[in-house]
Design a binder for this molecule. Structure first.
Ligand code: FES
Length: 136
């Protein structure tokens, strides 16, 4: 039995320019063909902030983070990750700084060196809103 899963396809402009639309449509068609469209939701997201490695696809709840995905990869991702619950190693991001072990059971994209050097402005903005409202 397949649990509820989400396939997040980056819909940012850089990934769109690299066929993210076709990737999204491939996932929809394969899920329909496999009878999984009610168990798996395909969602277009905003930019993941990692455009140079796009198109990006993230699978939840497995947290698999796939880079440089092509439309023809969708079938393998559905069969391996969604149905069998295992990653597609060739699509996992390989961190040059070796901060990420692509063979680890649970992959955390926040361990990628690229993301560790970033500061999430949305969190700051949210925190500032809370601070501001609590001081009124
Ligand atoms: S547009 Fe996809 S990661 Fe930026």
């Amino acid at each position: 039995m397949v649990k509820k899963s989400y396939i997040l396809v980056c819909g940012g402009s850089a990934c769109e320019a690299s066929k993210a639309d076709a990737i999204y449509e491939s996932f929809k068609k394969i899920l329909e063909d496999e009878g999984l469209k009610n168990d798996v939701q395909v969602v277009k997201t905003g930019c993941f902030g990692f455009c140079e490695k796009g198109p990006i696809v993230k699978i939840l709840p497995e947290e698999e983070f796939y880079v440089e995905v092509k439309p023809e990869d969708a079938e393998e991702i559905v069969h391996e990750t969604i149905i069998k619950g295992r990653p597609v190693p060739r699509l996992l991001y390989k961190d040059k700084d070796l901060k990420v072990d692509p063979k680890a059971d649970k992959f955390d994209m926040n361990k990628i060196g690229f993301y560790q050097k970033q500061f999430r402005m949305r969190k700051l903005s949210h925190s500032l809103d809370q601070t501001e409202s609590s001081t009124r």
